[in-house]
Design a protein around this ligand. Structure first.
Ligand SMILES: [Zn+2]
Ligand SMILES: [Zn+2]
Ligand SMILES: [Zn+2]
Ligand SMILES: [Zn+2]
Length: 358
């Protein structure tokens, strides 16, 4: 086993200086009465300390991770009326770019939409009217005792009315004669047919419009409900995504996302292994030519995560694990500003990052 060609501090510093922002350099390094030039910045005057660390990285299968969340949104049942107010999604066999997807992560899927029989009315749509008990008519309360007839109020059931007739005799004395004449309102019947029920003793039920049924509350009368599933948006992330591990001390300066993006964009080479149990001093030190106390912790964390992810199906078995040697240059500028420069990778194939240089 040959060891990897380590990067030197000099190499890292030169590469960093070449691309460092000139304005910031001037702010950090300009000496009084001297015109500033990039070349004035020297490693010897700037770098206070150099330390080594390692970065462990392996790729995750993001699509598998998204798929493992299937069905997590559950199902919903709604009425036909509510259906109109919904927005469904239909992706077909296509996937969306999750990085730019603006919508919810889980959405109602159109292809899961199905009609089901309303369990409350068993599909009938209507239930027995509570007012009339399903008969459609109610007993007439106006004529209930009169059996379809009401007593005539004009003749008070007497069938006739008294008409007074004035009669004068020979001496000129006036008397009043009473003539009983058939009641004009009931035509001498003394009663009349109930105007509410027409003598039938029943009136139509207003609640159900005489149908005997009222609409089922659950399905609003349609007899059906609609059921659909809320599912994760099928997506792809265009960027590679993985898990990255390095010393907590370094995390204070450079975040994992930036390191990962950097490694992916530059295709930095590292030590490649496919067995997480090879994340050991015994396997890695001969190639790295160094080993620190933190390296063991970083390897143990990475090993555990890798094994867990394989179990979950997020990481493919025997997926490559990359171990990158890395350098941290602890710097102080002429103006007294402290900042860090990081070199990640091997000689002639490495990435440079800085922190607090702004
Ligand atoms: Zn119903
Ligand atoms: Zn009714
Ligand atoms: Zn009458
Ligand atoms: Zn009546």
């Amino acid at each position: 086993m040959t060891s990897v060609k380590a990067i030197s501090s000099d190499e890292v510093f030169k590469t960093w200086l070449k691309d460092a922002n000139l304005k910031t350099l001037e702010k950090f390094f300009k000496k009084k009465k001297v015109d500033f030039k990039r070349e004035h910045v020297s490693l010897a005057e700037t770098v206070q300390d150099v330390s080594k660390f390692i970065i462990v990285y392996f790729e995750k299968n993001v699509q598998a991770a998204a798929a493992s969340g299937k069905q997590s949104g559950g199902t919903q049942q709604i009425t036909a009326e509510a259906l109109e107010k919904m927005r469904f999604y239909n992706f077909g066999s296509k996937k969306v770019n999750l990085a730019t997807w603006k919508g919810e992560k889980q959405v109602p899927m159109y292809n899961t939409l199905k009609e089901i029989k309303c369990p409350t009315c068993n599909g009938a749509g209507g239930i027995k009217c509570k007012s009339c008990g399903g008969i459609g008519t109610l007993k007439c309360t106006k004529c209930e005792k009169g059996k379809g007839k009401l007593n005539c109020k004009t003749c008070n059931n007497s069938k006739t009315e008294d008409y007074k007739v004035e009669v004068v005799d020979a001496e000129g004395k006036k008397t009043t004669e009473i003539k009983k004449i058939r009641c004009a309102d009931c035509h001498g019947a003394g009663v009349y047919t109930c105007p509410d029920c027409g003598g039938l003793l029943k009136i139509p039920c207003k609640t159900c419009s005489a149908s005997g049924t009222s609409p089922c509350d659950k399905c609003k009368g349609t007899g059906v409900l609609y059921e659909y599933a809320i599912m994760p948006v099928p997506g792809v992330t265009q960027k590679k995504s993985g898990d990255i591990f390095y010393t907590k001390d370094v995390e204070k300066f450079i975040d994992k996302k930036s390191v990962e993006d950097m490694l992916n964009s530059k295709d930095i080479k590292g030590i490649v292994i496919t067995n997480p149990d090879d994340l050991t001093e015994k396997r890695l030190k001969p190639e790295l030519n160094y080993w620190t106390k933190d390296s063991k912790k970083v390897c143990d964390d990475a090993k555990q995560e890798y094994k867990d992810d394989v179990k979950k199906g997020i990481v493919r078995e025997k997926a490559q694990i990359m171990v990158f040697p890395a350098l941290q240059l602890n710097c102080t500028s002429v103006s007294g500003n402290k900042f860090e420069i990081f070199g990640i990778g091997v000689s002639e194939n490495f990435a440079v990052m800085d922190s607090k240089f702004n």
